[in-house]
Design a protein around this ligand. Structure first.
Ligand code: CAA
Ligand code: NAD
Length: 302
């Protein structure tokens, strides 16, 4: 699995077994893609019930993929689905899942303290060669890594929603990430069939630093009474060629995640008008209307 390492640095880890913590929208998507490309995956969440839902999501998404790929051969398609699912096991015990794995990739709630607590716990249990990575949308990788003693084996691996369809992965190395770790994360992204880009450890990396302020501007424009949600979405789709308008996309990302990003960035840059609170966003999150994943956000689903 590992082509030689010392206690302080890892060289060319070939990632075969991946432990993904968080079986929500992102974790289940990453698990699907990793399993589809021949990796063994252990998917971890807080309860067996959530994990059952995660596996159902993976199965549903795989069926969408095979419907096209195996259009004339439904039996071969079914065989493919079962083969991929065999590569996925589940666990509600992150500590034991981190033992004997090459990569621990975290896709849990967008909260620094919760991510630090998780990695600090796993740092004591995972093998020395194991790389840790975060799928954070907005937090500093160095801050998350500071809860561990493996700063050289820690990086950012940022996927996009829906993971099976979106081709990009942002790979982030901090000033302490070793070249070997960075290379391993780049190679892993390519093995998943994605196109990686290299990012600095700056808030939002590349995509979210540009995309999130645009989404927030849409909320402010709407709150000023300058356009309905529907018109803003139609305008950006038909006038700018975006596949989804900012309100639709917010529901797709998850309004809790957007609120975590906005609240965190306001602390970082309090005078930036883009990061001013949005009453509408706060109200929807307080009501548990988190977007597509809960059946309602800016719009209703089902
Ligand atoms: N699993 C498998 N296949 C899926 C899928 C999934 N979860 N979601 C969509 N697809 C497939 C469909 O099966 C369909 O395949 P075919 O063309 O082969 O039939 C194809 O994708 C298109 O789907 P739809 O016809 O249902 O819908 P669409 O054409 O509107 O595409 C979309 C859906 C790909 C999601 C598109 O609307 C899109 O690109 N939206 C923007 C998504 C985006 O910007 N994501 C980034 C969010 S920001 C982020 O992720 C970072 C962060 O940190 C917050
Ligand atoms: P989600 O709410 O769909 O899923 C999060 C999952 O993590 C839930 O199933 C929850 O039960 C689980 N969880 C929470 N704390 C946990 C813990 N301590 N141990 C194990 N499991 C735990 O969220 P998501 O949309 O999948 O986002 C997850 C992460 O990925 C966040 O950091 C988010 O910023 C980032 N991200 C999100 C998107 C997006 O578009 N939604 C895109 C890229 C990155």
């Amino acid at each position: 699995i590992c082509r030689g390492f010392s206690s302080s640095a890892v060289r060319a880890v070939v990632i075969k077994h991946v432990t993904i913590i968080g079986g929500g929208q992102m974790g289940s998507g990453i698990a699907q893609v990793a399993a589809s490309t021949g990796h063994s995956v252990t998917l971890v969440d807080t309860s067996e019930d959530i994990l059952k839902k995660s596996v159902k999501t993976i199965e549903g998404s795989l069926r969408r993929v095979v419907k096209k790929k195996f259009a004339d051969k439904p039996e071969a398609g079914e065989e493919y689905v079962q083969k991929v699912l065999k590569n996925v096991s589940t666990s509600s015990d992150a500590g034991s899942a981190a033992q004997g794995t090459d990569l621990v990739l975290e896709a849990i709630v967008e909260n620094l303290q919760v991510k630090q607590d998780l990695f600090s716990h796993l740092d004591k249990l995972a093998p020395a060669h194991t790389i840790f990575a975060s799928n954070t949308s907005s937090l500093s990788i160095s801050d998350i890594a500071s809860s561990t003693s493996r700063l050289d084996r820690f990086g950012g691996l940022h996927f996009f929603n829906p993971v099976p369809m979106m081709k990009l992965v942002e790979v982030c190395g901090t000033s302490a990430t070793s070249q070997e770790t960075f290379d391993s994360l780049m190679n892993f992204s390519k093995e998943l069939g994605k196109t990686p880009v290299s990012c600095k450890d700056t808030p939002g990396f590349i995509v979210n630093r540009l995309l999130v302020p645009y989404i927030l501007e849409a909320y402010h424009l709407h709150e000023r009474g300058h356009g309905s949600k529907e018109d803003v979405d139609i305008a950006m789709k038909l006038g700018a060629g975006y596949p989804m308008g900012p309100f639709e996309l917010s529901d797709y990302i998850g309004l809790d995640t957007i609120k975590f990003i906005l609240d965190g960035w306001r602390v970082m840059d309090p005078n930036n008008p883009s990061f001013a609170p949005s009453e509408l966003l706060n109200k929807l999150v307080a009501e548990g209307k988190l977007g597509k994943k809960t059946g309602e956000g800016f719009y209703k689903y089902k």
